[in-house]
Design a protein around this ligand. Structure first.
Ligand code: ZN
Length: 133
């Protein structure tokens, strides 16, 4: 695993939160993208070298809707940049981590992604992401 690629924040209303984070960072999101198969709308901010992803649920079955029902808005996941996602999945599985999707899927912002179950990581949802070249 390399650097933190981004931090994901679950929000109830992307439009309102975009304005809030625009005020915080002094610049608007550089990208908005819907990931239909995950039931989310996302936006991405750069602040210096740091990337923040905001996520809003697009349906009540979305993992983001369930997260907000249970915990409210807030930090949802930490994403780490990986060189080879399949190799990293195999390594972490071998270490006993629970991988939510062993086959990487297409995430937002041109990434292949896989998630580790928070049960195995002290309650923190970890996303692995590999840039699609
Ligand atoms: Zn993410």
């Amino acid at each position: 695993m390399r650097k933190i690629e981004h931090i994901g924040i679950a929000v109830k209303n992307l439009e309102t939160s975009n304005l809030l984070f625009e005020k915080l960072f002094g610049q608007p999101p550089y990208k908005e993208e819907e990931v239909a198969n995950e039931g989310v709308k996302t936006s991405f901010f750069m602040n210096g070298p740091n990337k923040i992803e905001l996520l809003e649920a697009t349906n009540p079955e979305s993992p983001i809707a369930k997260f907000i029902d249970k915990k409210g808005e807030g930090i949802h996941h930490i994403a780490f940049d990986v060189e080879d996602i399949n190799q990293e999945i195999a390594r972490l599985k071998n270490e006993g981590f629970i991988i939510l999707n062993e086959t990487p899927k297409k995430g937002a912002d041109n990434k292949l992604v896989a998630f580790l179950h928070p049960k195995g990581t002290n309650g923190v949802l970890i996303e692995l992401c590999q840039e699609i070249k």
